[in-house]
Design a protein around this ligand. Structure first.
Ligand code: ATP
Ligand code: MG
Length: 454
């Protein structure tokens, strides 16, 4: 700003000096041609003096300068003496034929002044010189005005630049500010934040990457939340399932220990319940171990050639007695007898069949029918266990293969809800499929595939 002002001042004064020079040249031309100038010195906005080579004032003006007072009241410091004293140092230079142009501090006049000098020639001889004297302070007021304008313009330009800068940087800054805010939110665990993918080039790219990161983090956190929830539910379920039989075992053994029961029959009844509970506990723990082994992916199920017709027949024999006791008819469809050899794990397939038959009998009333049937489709044997039991509601079907899921939660003695979860794990480990079709009130049909031996 100040550098600007200084430069402009210098430039401005130089222009003024160049404007003064032709005026002086006119005077000189007149003197040189006519011997006198008829310019009115009193009207000029600067001082003009002519000196001969002996430094005496020359009489070359028709309208000479009357008095310093008339020249102007603010020019008071420029008395004749002062003027001569100020010009004197430059006289010799002019008398030697040089034209001079100086912007300098004079001895006798305060501040900076402009001095111009041009020699007067007669017949090729230098007989003197005409000098122009002008204090720069005359221009300062004009310059002050100019400076105000300059200052105002500078501020205006600065404001315009700032506004332009603001609008060009805004699209850069806003996404960055957004990102900083969102990053803070994400650090606090809120991954739902997204930022507008606006801005230029890299900023937009950054915003895009940021959003991808947020999406991934959100997914990961949802997954982790889901896993954590299942884990918690699992632990809660296990604790619940274990607590009931253990509490009853403890209560009964305490009662027996206290000697409160004397009746031998009552004692037997207690022992019987304790045995049942222990068996239940043992089964539950075995099931859970089984499931966790299957789920860990470590359970490698070895496959071999299996005569599936024979295997189903064996299972049928085992359940025939139970079916009789329950008053339920267990049917074996004829086509079972001539099934092709399969390539699978006999023990695990038997386990799945037992789980399905166990359910079929459990959820079917006396007088119902349970049927084992088969089908061949696309290199697979499909085995189905169908019952005429209570059926499963549509809304429960998606969950029955989950651990601990039971449609009727109050039927605690019936089971723990691990059967189908185990069956599904086994079937998946064998790269096979299991599914269910059910109509409430009519019955349920579970089916699974077994690979045919190639
Ligand atoms: P567990 O098998 O561990 O003793 P569970 O039989 O209750 O207990 P699952 O075999 O996993 O557990 O079955 C889950 C639930 O699915 C059952 O509680 C029952 O509500 C429903 N379900 C399974 N099979 C049938 C069926 N054949 N008919 C009606 N509902 C069934
Ligand atoms: Mg079951």
């Amino acid at each position: 700003m100040f550098v600007g002002r200084f430069v402009i001042e210098k430039y401005y004064i130089n222009i003024k000096v160049d404007e003064l020079k032709p005026e002086l040249q006119n005077i000189i031309d007149e003197i040189n041609s006519k011997g006198k100038s008829n310019v009115n010195l009193n009207r000029l906005p600067f001082i003009v003096k002519a000196y001969d080579i002996y430094k005496n004032e020359m009489n070359v003006f028709e309208n000479p300068f009357k008095s310093i007072e008339e020249y102007g009241e603010d020019k008071e410091p420029y008395f004749e003496d002062n003027i001569k004293k100020s010009i004197e140092p430059f006289m010799n230079e002019v008398f030697s034929g040089e034209e001079i142009k100086k912007i300098t501090n004079l001895e006798a006049i305060e501040g900076t002044s402009i001095v111009l000098g041009i020699p007067i020639k007669k017949d090729g001889q230098i007989i003197g010189g005409v000098f122009l004297l002008k204090p720069v302070s005359d221009y300062i007021s004009a310059l002050n005005g100019f400076n105000m304008v300059f200052l105002f313009m500078s501020i205006l330009i600065l404001v315009i630049i700032l506004i332009l800068l603001y609008f060009s940087i805004k699209p850069l800054i806003i996404p960055l500010k957004d990102m900083a805010y969102s990053a803070k939110k994400m650090a606090q665990g809120d991954y739902s934040v997204r930022i507008q993918e606006k801005g230029y080039g890299e900023v937009e790219e950054l915003a895009n990457s940021f959003n991808i990161l947020a999406i991934n983090l959100e997914e990961a956190s949802k997954l982790a939340e889901g896993l954590e929830k299942t884990r918690r539910e699992y632990v809660a379920n296990i604790s619940h399932e274990l607590r009931t039989p253990i509490a009853s075992l403890r209560a009964m053994s305490e009662t027996l220990l206290d000697g409160m029961i004397n009746d031998e029959q009552e004692k037997q009844r207690y022992y019987q319940i304790m045995l049942t509970e222990s068996i239940r506990l043992q089964r539950l723990i075995n099931d859970m171990l089984e499931l966790s082994k299957l789920q860990s992916g470590n359970a490698y199920l070895e496959k071999s050639t299996v005569d599936i017709s024979k295997l189903i027949n064996l299972v049928y024999q085992k359940f025939a007695g139970i079916a009789d006791d329950l008053g339920i008819e267990l049917k074996l469809k004829n086509d079972i007898k001539n099934l092709p050899l399969t390539y699978t794990n006999a023990e695990r397939i038997e386990q799945v069949l037992i789980i399905l038959l166990d359910n079929a009998f459990k959820f079917t009333q006396e007088g119902g029918v349970v049927t084992i049937s088969s089908n061949i489709d696309n290199e697979k044997v499909i085995i189905s266990v169908e019952d005429t039991g209570e059926g499963i509601k549509k809304e429960d079907i998606p969950y029955i293969f989950e651990r601990f899921y039971k449609v009727d939660k109050s039927r605690t003695t019936q089971g723990t809800g691990l059967g189908l979860a185990i069956a599904k794990q086994i079937i998946e480990a064998l790269d096979e499929k299991i599914w269910v079709e059910s109509t409430i009130g009519k019955g349920t049909k579970f089916s699974f595939t077994i690979g045919i031996k190639k």
